[in-house]
Design a protein around this ligand. Structure first.
Ligand code: BGC
Length: 431
């Protein structure tokens, strides 16, 4: 028996006899970390975002470049995750590689993702696979992206093809990562009262003009209402296509859920919740699980905007309030809104900080909240930290550090942070 298996078995035995801290966790609880293709793979040259990153006056601080070279280093990364004691890995398929042109699927790239899944299985790691995580193929964006009604069939076809080739090795499948993100971001006001989503829409309009492509549309710039309409349908059709290939594979989606709290009697936080989550939570009632992704709380006053975090509060590199209890509140909210019958997986929760002791604190308090939810009978199946690696944080480039593992981007050397060891030990029941 290798060291890892021995530790896992030993930890389980110890818990059995002592009733340790993890005794409230169900067997097969998923402990892991998450990544997304565009953020770690590198050289995602056929994606819509690669186009945006290279425009003059791009809204991206820097291009994604080699990222963490995860495309080549996946085997080592998965082995590292397993060695830490974690048993689950969430990653996304890269649509831009798998379908480089409309209707043209790459067998070589499908085999690549098969090798990624096989690596997970070899290391005793359950793979949670996301089919869309922010980036799309550039041809899809040129054809109108999620703003075009053709997106529904295009996405379903891609889902079906991937499930045919890869579904047998997947543990859980999520059609979408945070399809509600743009709705949520419409509640973010920038200094001067400008809405963040208006700035993003302007970025898309500028891109259209520069590219002389009037339909060019990206998830981070499209009209949130139109995209939501199409994505709700695409989720249903995508799920059906996955199920047609593998009926037993659990399929769901993940949502960005903030811990919205009212500030003042006239707070519009219920309106925000309705706008940002309601349609998706309704859709999720028919799914096999729901992925909760929570980073912070947001105070909502009487305007159509989040309020700034309270004065003197600790802020993370993302400008978020350091507030690990948000996770527990979000799980409770989602469970209640979905009628309590849909299993919940924390598919992302994380914090961008340089001081790794704060990350440990964030994880500890977040997981304590998960345990309280479980104790109250909420069916939580796993906790996946965002992110395994310090990676490409979208428009913010490589500044914010969310990772359990640091990456030297010149050498691609990985350095395990104490928080990674902490989470791994917790997974093995010894924290
Ligand atoms: C996204 C990740 C992102 C993380 C931290 C989530 O909204 O799914 O891709 O890196 O938040 O901002």
């Amino acid at each position: 028996m290798d060291r890892r298996k021995f530790l896992k078995t030993g930890a389980v035995a110890a818990l059995g006899s002592l009733g340790g801290t993890a005794s409230s966790l169900p067997p097969h609880f998923l402990w892991g970390a998450a990544t997304a293709a565009h953020q770690v793979e590198g050289n995602d040259v056929n994606s819509d975002l690669w186009v945006l990153e290279h425009l003059p006056n791009s809204m991206f601080k820097e291009p994604s470049g080699d990222a963490c070279d995860g495309y080549h280093l996946f085997e080592d990364d998965i082995a590292m995750l397993a060695d830490l004691g974690l048993n689950a890995y969430r990653f996304s398929l890269n649509w831009a590689r798998i379908e480089p042109a409309n209707g043209e699927f790459s067998g070589a790239e499908l085999r690549h993702y098969r090798r990624v899944l096989e690596a997970c299985r070899r290391h005793g790691v359950t793979p949670l696979v996301t089919f869309f995580h922010v980036a799309t193929p550039r041809w899809f964006a040129y054809e109108g992206g999620w703003e075009s009604s053709t997106s529904v069939e295009l996405f379903a076809r891609y889902c079906g093809r991937c499930a045919d080739h890869l579904g047998d090795l997947m543990g859980w499948a999520a059609t979408f990562n945070e399809p509600n993100l743009m709705k949520l971001l419409s509640w973010v006001a920038l200094p001067g009262g400008v809405r963040l989503t208006d700035v993003m829409a302007k970025g898309q309009a500028d891109a259209r003009q520069y590219l002389k492509a009037e339909k060019f549309s990206v998830f981070l710039g499209g009209n949130a209402d139109i995209m939501q309409q199409n994505m709700l349908l695409a989720h249903e059709k995508g799920k059906a296509a996955i199920k047609a290939a593998h009926a037993k594979l659990p399929v769901g989606l993940t949502l960005a859920i903030e811990d919205d709290q009212p500030d003042g009697a006239q707070s519009r936080f219920e309106e925000k919740r309705k706008e940002a989550y309601a349609s998706w939570l309704e859709a999720a009632r028919k799914d096999d699980f729901i992925g909760v992704q929570t980073y912070t709380r947001q105070l909502v006053g009487n305007g159509h905007a989040n309020l700034p975090a309270p004065k003197e509060t600790e802020l993370t590199q993302s400008g978020f309030e350091f507030y690990p209890e948000a996770l527990e509140h979000a799980i409770r909210y989602v469970s209640q809104q979905t009628g309590g019958g849909v299993p919940v997986i924390v598919t992302e929760s994380g914090v961008a900080v340089d001081d790794d002791t704060r990350r440990i604190e964030y994880i500890r308090r977040g997981v304590d909240g998960v345990k309280r939810c479980l104790a109250d009978g909420i069916d939580v199946r796993g906790y996946l930290y965002w992110s395994l690696l310090d990676n490409f944080e979208w428009v913010s480039g490589y500044g914010p550090k969310f990772g359990l593992v640091a990456v030297d981007r010149a050498t691609q050397r990985r350095t395990i942070k104490p928080s990674a060891t902490f989470l791994g030990k917790m997974a093995m029941g010894s924290q």
